[in-house]
Design a protein around this ligand. Sequence first.
Ligand code: PLP
Length: 460
Amino acid sequence: MRTIIEPFRIKMTEALPITTRGRRAERLAAAHNNVFLLDAEDITIDLLTDSGTGAMSDRQWAALMLGDESYAGSASWRHFERTVREITGFEHVFPTHQDRAAERILAATRLKPGDIVPNNSHFDTTRANIEYVGAKAVDLPSPASKDIYSDARFKGDMDVDALERLIATEGASKIPFCMITVTNNAAGGQPVSMENIRNVRALLGAHGVPLVVDACRYAENAYFIKQWEAGFADRDLIDIARDMFSLCDGATMSAKKDGLANIGGFLACNNDEWAEDFRNLLILTEGFPTYGGLAGRDLEAVAVGLKEALEFDYQRYRHATVEYLASKLIARGVPIVRPAGGHGVFIDPGVFCPHLGAGDYPGIGLVNALYLEGGVRAVELGSVMFGRAAAGGEAEAPALRELVRLALPRRVYTQSHFDYVVETLDLVWRRREAIPAHRIVRQAPFLRHFTAHFEPFETR
Ligand SMILES: *Cc1c(COP(=O)(O)O)cnc(C)c1O
């Protein structure tokens, strides 16, 4: 088989900062050893997130110039609405500045204190918006997701038996809607099968509970279904996407992911009553329903991007890139979540640094070592991000598991950039005993990972 090449060539370049180790050590110390506090101009390869960090195509840049900035009923809005309807089949479409605005409108209009929202795994903003209105966000990941090293497929599925038990014990009346997140970001970007969505739908249908899909990576999920699930090999990605959406009653979407745009999102549904409530709150907090907090040119870029994300050659290249990075790390013995997810590679820093305990924040040690070694920025998804700080006499609680994510921005880096990332990781891997423990010297009461100050220290 020949190399799966990037299905684009480069028309405009953006210089990458190449820095020295001395400079990086100085910048990291000035950032209190927290890579969130670094300036982007001090980073060579930025794998912090795949959200809003992608490169737009020439067609998207051309579409920007066609942006119609009319306040109401602009041509760009019609283009956006037509495209979302074509892909999702939903009648009512509401543009939002990003997904969390869609989540906020959904939660504020449909939930009351004491309600319950199940999900295969809630993304942090989804959970926060549900809990903000006094409802409870319950994660029901499939049992297969617990073994991060197994090569089982569709480890992002929802546990349908657990959902059935939840409905039986709590009652369907306490569940105004259920959600399903594709791909399952919190579980390492693992995909959800069509069969699982169908089974969830059938169970919910019997109890009259609507299903809302968190569709941020719907196109990457559609590609996994095409590759792995029986009966889909010959289907176009857009048809698979339509099948997924047809099993749902509504969707929230971040165009910063599979919209291939730098900003944007939407909320969509079929129910007229829901739509009326969504529209009223949208006008109050986002903007008139035909722009929803976005410029006309943003609506154009998203409309074009949503279709490009469903192109087979693009998805094949994207998945091949993640696979390329993952296979090189597996060959070197680096402990990563398997199979490779849709948008990144997830490393297990606990196994990477056996000399460190969870309280030593091994994820922070690994992230900082990667930056010092090669100017590569990754992100800790472990006890700093998801653990609970000590408070009110209670000791600090670690996260369920320690992970470090290398998220891949869309269409931004080439194969040699990823070779460089592998070489950098390899150097860190060979000298892993030198990765120091870290302690927190300053932190905020909420979402501490963004602003905390860390200090490395000697454990021996
Ligand atoms: C990024 C993301 C969100 C939130 O999207 P924003 O556009 O950043 O508000 C919600 N759910 C999932 C699964 C995501 O990955």
